[in-house]
Write a protein that binds this ligand. Sequence first.
Ligand code: CFN
Ligand code: HCA
Length: 536
Amino acid sequence: ITNGLPDPSELMDEILAKYPTKIAKKRKKGMVVNDPSEEQEIQANIRTIPGIITQRGCTYAGCKGVVLGPTRDIINLVHGPIGCSFYAWLTRRNQTRPAEGEDNFMMYAFSTDMQDENIVFGGEAKLKDAIREAMELFNPKAIGIFSTCPVGLIGDDVHAVAREMKEETGINIFGFSCEGYRGVSQSAGHHIANNQVFKNVVGLNDRDRKGKFQINLLGEYNIGGDAFELERLFEEAGIELLSTFSGNSTIKSMEYSHTADLNLVMCHRSINYIAEMMEEKYGIPWFKVNFISAEGTAKSLRKVAEFFDDAELTAKVEEIVAREMAKVEAVKAAVKPKTEGKLAMMFVGGSRAHHYQDLFNELGVTTVSAGYEFAHRDDYEGRHVIPNIKIDADSRNIEEITVTKDEELFRDDLVAKKKAMEEKGMEFSDYVGMMPEMKKNSLVIDDVNHWETEKLIEFYKPDMFCAGIKEKYVVQKLGVPLKQLHSYDYGGPYAGFEGAINFYVEMERMLGTDIWKMVDAPWKSEPEIVGSFAFN
Ligand code: CFN
Ligand code: HCA
């Protein structure tokens, strides 16, 4: 590794050789031997090959579980068979802290419990009854209806039901056509959720200014308490956090989120649509931040201070950074001898496989291979820039610039934008994305599957594999510890300064033991498992 990463081209060929020609051709486009000095392209956000064991989830998961799931005072009612609710019931570990007496429905699983009969004769009447029952039992401020696959197949109109019931109950009710099959992954669900939240919630209520600096935090879902740590930092800095989309959030806070001066975007993949719509409709500028890693947190806080251009805020941020970094550095120095030089791989979602590389870098751990489950090309190739915007807090006089960044936006546009900005004397900074920041020869793979995972482990012999629950035990049986970067394996928070410290200590434990190498995969000696029924 000190001489650079090994060229994985042969590994790639070996992986692809196993596939039928057509499939191999398709998979090859989703693999890149990284070279940050080149402008490389990767294929992403396309349909998974049927039959391949993918890590991906569905559109319903991205809409109901991811974007709306962490908001505590809305009833998220799933219209569908009970399994879709059951398997999404608190598994994401998004936390919340209701104030005394405030609604919190997050521990419930609300479902219409669709049966065969509803599939045959339609489920709209049952959905209406479920809404009436929810009103009677919980008296919520809002209800979201989430469609699962059968709803789209039989043609129940959740939007018509929502309109009718909104009228009947007098509360805010809106539907999501987020049937699982609607997109190629969770990503379509994010988009659907963003559109409906923007249309039905954002801007419903105004609120008088309470702070000098008002922001929203987008794409932070409070997994393992991440948002609590960030709230602590904003509060101390004197930055008023109006709403988070959607960790530790309320529907009410989203209603006045349009009164913010600035949107910070943490997970760009899941929420960039709201950031852009708010910018277009309300003129709220936004930029990407990364609060995963201590350095990233310091940089992000400084970026906010720079944006507001206020001496007092800048001084406060510097004071916080200095104090927190001293604590971080002490733990890092103690941990690093056990972690330095180790190798990691991460295949997660649509942003963490990138963000967590910064945290590993702080421990001297190199990411040899990484990829997203469902991110788009811009998340890999890094087409978005953090614009150097200045805002006048009273007049909202924004000194221009955004770059639209979606999968349609290609590099040429970016290059043109860069030129235009530079001509105006503006800084084109932070060319962020996974690939430009990874080492030469690291192997970037989109929508990695089980076969590829096994080959990668064989080739790289990593010290740490980061993924989710479906991958965890297979990888560990191969003798490699797996850290879940979705649920944090019951740990966390890992965001912010305190989060970085938690992660360092966790990595010291996981990387500092040889126990994993002693694991012998059971299928090596017993390739076939013979089962028998426990009852007669
Ligand atoms: S919390 Fe986020 S950070 S929202 Fe997204 S892309 Fe998922 S649920 Mo799992 S952990 Fe993961 Fe990201 Fe954004 Fe989480 S990396 S897959 S849809 N994700
Ligand atoms: C989802 C949610 C998930 C799954 C995590 C995992 C999460 O995609 O529906 O596979 O371990 O973070 O809870 O991404």
